[in-house]
Design a binder for this molecule. Sequence first.
Ligand code: DQA
Length: 149
Amino acid sequence: MSLLYVLNGPNLNLLGKRQPHIYGHETLADVEADCRKLASELGHELRFHQSNREYEIIDWIHEAREDGAGIVINPAAFTHTSVAILDALNTFEGPVIEIHISNVHKRESFRHHSFVSHRADGVIAGLGTEGYQLGIRRVATMLKTPKNG
Ligand code: DQA
């Protein structure tokens, strides 16, 4: 059994209330419950976190370096701004999947660039909160078959 991290960036605590026409009606607690269910079905432990503070996300990535096997991350707005989160992810050796609930490429041009994508093994965007499930499945697959992942 390995430990997976699901990390969420700023404003995702408001999921369900925040621009539901873009991000849907599910809350972050709903997403967490679904992620926990899937992780346990796949035989993995899960740490699920959200923060509006960049340094906390960096600290969890550092923690994952010690304890974690894979990371699913929705960096939210930090996607487009944070070299520091990219640098932290570059110190992590396991699979990293980047998630966006919305299709960032269909939106404003400032959302088209992701610092995190320079490190991510895969990017899921525009599939709603289902993207988290797909991200967890992908990390689990990559952990099983690291070479072919
Ligand atoms: C987001 C997309 C980002 O551009 C935005 O800043 C978010 C959420 C998404 O999940 O679609 O906060 O990462």
